[in-house]
Write a protein that binds this ligand. Structure first.
Ligand code: SF4
Length: 531
C-alpha cells in the first residue's frame, strides 16, 4: 500500500487508450468495472476532442461477478466489432479486471474474428501510463507487421540515392495526452522538409492500420518521444534493420544535433552549423543584453525523462541558468537522467511522490521551477515562479495557438514560456534598490499584473517568524533564533534568493554553534559560502 494523493501517471490502460484514441480505425475493448469510463474525459475535455475515444468498456458491476463475466467480454467484443467495424482490435483489462483473470485477449482471439486482434497484458499494479502506451504501441506494431518478411541485413538507409527519390522517415511517439505533440509533429515536418526529407508515417497520432503496414518502407525512424516509442523503434531496427535517432530535437543545440544525427544516418552531408542561429530567435534573445540578468538563475527541473533531459541542456547551455535540481517520475528513463544530473554535479531525484519533489524543491530554493502541473502547484505554495514543461498537464497546456516545444519555433516558445514567470530585469534591479515603494513591493511582478508568486497577506516563502526557534534540541541540534536585526538584514536580500540565503545562514550558524542569528552572522555566512 502506498498513501497517494496526486499521481504523475495514470494506470497502464490509460496509456493503451492514448494509443487507440490517437489512431484511426483501431478500437479498444477494455474489461473494466462500471465507473472506469472517467478516462474518456481526459480526451474530450483536456484534449478537447470532438468525439469519444474508440473504447468499449465491459462495465461489469458487483452483481455480474456472480455470473459469467467471460461471456460479458465476448458480447462486448462482438458488439464493438459489429458497430464500429475497426481495422484492428486491442483487447485488455483494467486494474480491477486484472484481479478476476478472465483473459479477455485470449477470449477475443478464440472468437474467429475477421480482423487483427492484439492482446494487451498491462500489469496495472506495477506499471504506469507511459509504459502502457509504449507496450501497446509495441504490441500493435509487432502484431500487425509479424507477417512481413524480416531481413534486417538487407536494409540500406541510403538507398534513396540510387532510387533517385527523397529520403523518407517515420515519426514515432507523438500521441494524444502527450506534451504539445500536435505542434511538435508540425514543427518537425517543417524542419525535415527544409532538409529535403519526407515524412512517411506519423505514429500513433493519426496513423491508420494501413500506415502501420508501411512503416518498414521508411529509410530511418525518428524516435520523438522515447518513453512511448523507443521499444517499437528497437523492434523495427532488429526486425527490418531500420536505424533510429536517439536525439530529441527540443532546444537549439539538440535540434542541431538531431539534424546532424539524422543526416548522417541517411548518408547526407552534415547540416550548416549556423542553422539554429538563422532559424530560431532563442540564440539572439538569450545573447541580447536584456537577458544578462538571467545568467546564473537557479532552476529546479522535474517531469518526464524526455522533457527534463532537454530542459536541463537548454537551461544550462542556452539560457545560462544554474540547474540546482533535476529529477523525473519516469523510472524507465532513470539512467539517462541520473547521468545528466551527474554531469551537472547533482544527484537525480527519481520519484513519483510529489511531496518528495516539493521537499527537494524547497531544499534547493530555486528562483525558477520547470516542471509538471504538480510542480506548478508546489511552486505556487512556495512562492517560486514556475513554467510547465511536461505532462501531467492541465487543459491550458493544450492551447489553441501554435505552441511546439521541438525544432526552431519550439525553442522560441520555450524562451518566452520560461522567461515570462521571472521578474523583468529592470523591476528586479529597482526592487533591490528601493524597498519601500507602496506599489512595487517586495516580490511584486508587475508584468504578471499581480504579486507574482506572493499574494498579499501570504507569508514570505521559507519564512520563519522573527525570534522563533527554527530547529529544536530534540534532534540534538542547536536551537536557532533570528534576531530582529538579523531578520531586517535578511529582508534586504532580493526575495527570489532570500530562501537560499536563509538556509545557508542557518546551516552556517549550526556549524559554528551559534544559537542567535543577527546581521553579523548573516554576513559571516555570506563570506563563508562565497569563499
Ligand atoms: S484539474 Fe482542471 S484541467 Fe485538470 S482535468 Fe480537472 S478540470 Fe480539467
Amino acid at each position: 500500500m502506498d498513501l497517494t494523493l496526486w499521481t504523475y501517471e495514470g494506470p497502464p490502460h490509460v496509456g493503451a487508450m492514448r494509443i487507440a484514441a490517437s489512431m484511426k480505425g483501431v478500437h479498444y475493448v477494455l474489461h473494466a468495472p462500471q465507473g472506469d469510463t472517467y478516462a474518456d474525459l481526459l480526451f474530450t475535455m483536456i484534449e478537447r476532442r470532438g468525439q469519444r475515444p474508440p473504447v468499449t468498456y465491459t462495465t461489469f458491476q458487483a452483481r455480474d461477478l456472480g455470473g459469467d463475466t467471460a461471456e460479458l467480454v465476448k458480447r462486448h467484443v462482438r458488439e464493438a466489432v459489429e458497430r464500429f467495424e475497426p481495422d484492428a482490435l486491442l483487447v485488455g483489462e483494467s486494474c480491477t479486471a486484472e484481479l478476476i483473470q478472465d483473459q479477455p485477449g485470449a477470449l477475443a482471439c478464440g472468437m474467429g474474428l475477421n480482423l487483427p486482434v492484439v492482446t494487451l497484458e498491462l500489469p496495472a499494479y506495477s506499471k504506469k501510463e507511459n509504459w502502457g502506451a509504449a507496450e501497446t504501441l509495441y504490441q500493435l506494431v509487432r502484431g500487425l507487421l509479424k507477417q512481413q518478411p524480416a531481413n534486417p541485413g538487407a536494409h540500406n538507409p541510403t538507398a534513396w540515392k540510387e532510387e533517385q527519390r527523397r529520403p523518407r522517415v517515420n515519426l514515432l511517439g507523438p500521441s494524444l495526452l502527450g506534451f504539445r505533440c500536435r505542434d511538435d509533429v508540425l514543427e518537425v515536418r517543417k524542419l525535415l522538409d527544409r532538409h529535403g526529407i519526407e515524412v512517411a508515417v506519423v505514429m500513433p497520432l493519426d496513423a491508420s492500420v494501413a500506415d502501420v503496414m508501411r512503416l518498414p518502407d521508411a529509410d530511418v525512424n525518428v524516435c520523438l518521444y522515447p518513453e512511448i516509442a523507443e521499444s517499437s523503434c528497437s523492434w523495427l531496427e532488429r526486425t527490418f534493420g531500420q536505424p533510429f535517432t536517439r536525439t530529441v530535437p527540443i532546444g537549439v543545440g539538440a535540434t542541431t544535433d538531431f539534424l546532424a544525427e539524422l543526416r548522417a544516418l541517411l548518408g547526407m552531408e552534415p547540416p550548416a552549423s549556423d542553422e539554429g542561429a538563422q532559424q530560431s530567435r532563442l540564440p539572439w534573445y538569450s545573447e541580447s543584453v536584456d537577458s544578462t540578468y538571467l545568467t546564473g538563475k537557479r532552476v529546479f527541473i522535474f517531469g518526464d525523462g524526455t522533457h527534463v533531459l532537454a530542459a536541463a541542456r537548454i537551461a544550462r547551455r542556452e539560457l545560462g541558468f544554474e540547474v540546482v535540481g533535476l529529477g523525473t517520475y519516469s523510472r524507465e528513463m532513470a539512467r539517462p537522467v541520473r547521468a545528466k544530473a551527474k554531469e551537472l554535479g547533482l544527484e537525480a531525484l527519481i520519484s513519483d511522490d510529489y511531496l518528495a519533489v516539493e521537499a527537494a524543491m524547497a531544499e534547493a530554493a530555486p528562483e525558477l521551477v520547470l516542471g509538471t502541473q504538480m510542480e506548478r502547484h508546489s511552486a505556487k505554495r512556495l512562492g517560486i515562479p514556475c513554467a510547465v514543461i511536461s505532462t501531467p498537464m492541465h487543459v491550458q497546456d493544450v492551447p489553441a495557438r501554435y505552441s511546439p516545444q521541438m525544432g526552431w519555433e519550439g525553442a522560441n516558445v520555450i524562451f518566452d514560456t520560461w522567461v515570462h514567470p521571472l521578474m523583468m530585469g529592470l523591476e528586479e534591479h529597482l526592487i533591490g534598490m528601493f524597498r519601500h515603494d507602496f506599489e512595487f513591493v517586495d516580490g511584486h511582478q508587475s508584468h504578471l499584473g499581480h504579486l507574482g508568486g506572493l499574494q498579499s497577506g501570504q507569508p514570505e516563502p521559507n519564512a520563519a517568524p522573527a525570534m522563533t526557534a527554527v530547529a529544536g534540541d530534540v534532534s540534538g541540534e542547536t536551537t536557532l533564533t533570528w534576531t530582529a536585526d538579523g531578520e531586517a538584514e535578511l529582508k534586504k536580500i532580493p526575495f527570489f534568493v532570500r530562501g537560499k540565503v536563509r538556509r545557508n545562514t542557518e546551516t552556517y550558524a549550526r556549524e559554528q554553534g551559534r544559537g542567535q542569528i543577527d546581521s553579523e552572522t548573516l554576513y559571516d555566512a555570506k563570506a563563508h559560502f562565497s569563499a
